[in-house]
Design a protein around this ligand. Structure first.
Ligand code: G6P
Ligand code: MG
Length: 213
């Protein structure tokens, strides 16, 4: 495969914010008296904020009203944002900067494909916004992951065909989305995905562009 473009998920691929999402959801689940553990968290990784709350409520067989749901979503986001206040370049996961720089040198197109509505804010905090030709986040899609819309919009923005693009993902919902869209998939930092992704690596430092020229 000769790669022409790369699409990166954000949380858990570029930056170590998955733990902050998990901690905030754990606090919400506790308020709702719902048992929520790391295995449950695997099911919501990559989903939109709203879909994540639905899954957590299903775990506890709880039904919230429309307004209760809005309140919990706001509270979760407030806790999450408070916890990432001091996020900075040191929180970039291993190999990220090197791969972004190498890809730029080789004139590859780069896109972000994230379910997060906080994606642009986080990229700014990490000082890596300018590496991306296209940024598609939770504000830009009607159908969140596992629907392929976020990645298809990324491909369209880059002006490339899906078969020329690699998608990096740490979540099952994201790998499914990319596969449904017809992309080459690389699971990052999640060995449980090794059977469903085309490739599985521990961090982006293991992905060598020279193997795809
Ligand atoms: C990411 C994370 C999820 C998170 C979702 C929404 O893809 O993997 O854990 O729930 O985005 O993020 P947001 O920042 O909009 O709440
Ligand atoms: Mg992720």
């Amino acid at each position: 495969m000769k790669i022409k473009g790369l699409i990166f998920d954000l949380d858990g691929v570029i930056v170590s914010t998955e733990i902050n999402h998990f901690d905030a959801w754990s606090a919400i689940a506790e308020q709702l008296s719902i048992e929520f553990n790391e295995a449950d968290n695997e099911k919501i990784k990559g989903l939109s904020r709203s879909d994540s709350l639905d899954v957590i409520c299903d775990l506890g067989s709880i039904q919230l009203t429309y307004y209760e749901k809005l309140e919990y979503l706001e509270l979760k986001n407030k806790m999450y944002l408070d916890s990432i206040q001091s996020l900075n370049k040191d929180d970039l996961l291993p190999g990220v900067l090197h791969l972004l720089k190498q890809a730029k040198k080789k004139d590859l197109k780069l896109a972000l494909g994230s379910s997060s509505k906080n994606a642009k804010y986080i990229l700014q905090k990490l000082f890596i916004t300018d590496y991306f030709d296209v940024i598609i986040d939770g504000n830009d899609v009607e159908s969140p992951k596992p629907d392929p819309e976020v990645f298809l919009k990324g491909a369209e923005g880059m002006g490339l065909n899906v078969e020329d693009i690699v998608v990096f993902e740490d979540a099952e919902s994201g790998i499914l989305a990319a596969q449904t869209g017809g992309f080459y998939t690389v699971a990052v930092g999640n060995r449980k995905l090794k059977n469903c992704a085309d490739e599985c690596i521990d961090h982006l430092g293991e992905f060598l562009l020279k193997n795809y020229e």
